[in-house]
Structure formats: structure tokens, C-alpha cells
Write a protein that binds this ligand. Structure first.
Ligand SMILES: [Zn+2]
Length: 248
């Protein structure tokens, strides 16, 4: 019944709160069962609000300190300093304590960034479109230029998403990616490794391998644990990733 997972690299960071939700422990009914945290999914709004209350209570995060981006599969990154909704972007950066950044996914990859010395956090929604535009590299570049972040100090984690074995794309989508992220899968089709592409974007941005962690769980395969848009379509719920710093 664990409501969320986290990463071992973040666990010895006393000021940091980070989590990625599962679909367990909520109140939504099938096909949204149970911990659906996405409002625009066809699920009952009151159940989504109850689920959010359960999730954030478990994390000891006050809901009036949350930041919600209006995700549009872009490469737009914004530095934020107050809670609430943020228009049209897919990555957020914060320097303030007591501010908690969120993103919602169901197959796309959540990426979490933390520089413990500069005290800066970042969160990224990196599906194939964002990854094709290197939203990870652009987020780290903005953390460097605006927030005195040193990429060598960044701790980075990539959460669960749809893995290569379950992710067939057409040659149009494949054309945006390096050959090493593609395996041919019939005429005009490929299997795409989005998470592998994200790892290389982190490496190219200067993040050290030993400060990088990935959860290779496949959202499409793990029916009981995660929602998957590719599997469940318009009746798919959403997971929510969150990261933020608490006051000393
Ligand atoms: Zn799979």
C-alpha cells in the first residue's frame, strides 16, 4: 500500500523532500483506482482532491505550498518563487525553501534535480517531445545561469516511465533521436529508449554518473503499480512527482 516511491540518493539529504506517487492507497474507483492525482482524466474531482490530500499528508507537505505547471510537452523551463499554477511549461526550478514543485505523468519520465550546496531544486516532465528538445539540458543550463548551480554537484534521479521494450514509435518520431536510443521494430517503426536519452542528456550537462539514479520500472508493464497512458488511454490516471526543500 505504499503511496509513493523515492530514490536512495536523496535519502541522506535531510532538507529535501522528494517522492513519486504509485496508484496504491487512494480512493478512486476503476479504471482510475486508486491514487489518481490528475484532475483532467475523467475521474471524479472530489476523489482526486481526496487522493491529493492523502498523498501530501503522507509527505508532510502543506498543499498551499505546491507549484503546478500547465504541462504542454514543451521545452519551456521556469524559475518560480511562489506556490500556485504556472502557465505553459514542462520544467520548474526553485531556490526557496518550503516550496514544492510537482509534475504529473503516465508514461513520460519525471526527472528530479537537487544541488545541495546551492540549495536549488528542479523537476522536469520529459516525454519524447521534451526529450527530443533536450529539456533536461535546458533546465540544467538555467539552473547554472540563474541560480549558481554547479552541474557537478547536482544529484539527479529519473523516475518510472514507459521503457523501450514497450515503446514503439514511427520513423517520424524516431528521426528526432540518436541511433543508439533506437532498435528497429518492423518497417518504418522503432523501439525508443527515452530514459536512455535522458541519461545521456544529464551526462552531457555535466552530471556525474555516481550522482545519478534511475528507476527502470516500466509504467506500461506494471499495471498494479502505475498508470500508463499508452495502456489505459483516455481513462488513464496520473502519477505525481514532487520535490522541495524544508526549512532548517
Ligand atoms: Zn513495459
Amino acid at each position: 500500500m505504499a503511496l509513493f516511491t523515492t530514490f536512495s540518493l536523496f535519502q541522506n539529504q535531510p532538507r529535501l523532500v522528494q517522492a513519486f506517487s504509485t496508484r496504491k492507497g487512494g480512493v478512486s474507483f476503476p479504471p482510475y483506482g486508486a491514487l489518481n492525482l490528475g484532475l483532467h482524466t475523467g475521474d471524479k474531482r472530489e476523489n482526486v482532491y481526496k487522493n491529493r490530500a492523502l498523498y501530501f499528508e503522507a509527505l508532510h507537505i502543506p498543499q498551499d505550498k505546491l507549484v503546478f505547471p500547465e504541462q504542454v510537452h514543451s521545452d519551456c523551463v521556469k524559475v518560480v518563487d511562489k506556490p500556485g499554477k504556472v502557465s505553459r511549461c514542462d520544467a520548474l526550478i526553485a531556490r526557496n525553501s518550503n516550496l514544492f514543485l510537482t509534475i504529473q505523468t503516465a508514461d513520460c519520465f519525471p526527472v528530479f534535480l537537487y544541488d545541495p550546496q546551492a540549495r536549488v531544486v528542479g523537476i522536469i516532465h520529459s516525454g519524447w517531445r521534451g526529450t527530443a528538445r533536450n529539456i533536461v539540458g535546458k533546465t540544467i543550463a538555467l539552473m547554472e545561469s540563474e541560480c549558481n548551480v554547479n552541474p557537478e554537484r547536482i544529484i539527479a534521479a529519473i523516475g518510472p516511465g514507459v521503457q523501450q521494450s514497450c515503446y514503439q514509435v514511427d520513423d517520424q518520431t524516431a528521426s528526432h533521436f540518436n541511433e543508439r536510443d533506437l532498435v528497429p521494430d518492423g518497417i518504418g517503426h522503432f523501439k525508443l529508449d527515452v530514459q536512455g536519452a535522458i541519461v545521456r542528456q544529464l551526462q552531457n550537462a555535466g552530471v556525474a554518473d555516481e550522482r545519478m539514479e534511475r528507476d527502470t520500472t516500466c509504467t506500461h508493464c506494471e499495471t498494479d503499480l502505475y498508470y500508463s497512458y499508452r495502456r489505459d488511454g483516455h481513462q488513464s490516471g496520473r502519477m505525481m512527482g514532487v520535490i522541495g526543500m524544508v526549512e532548517n
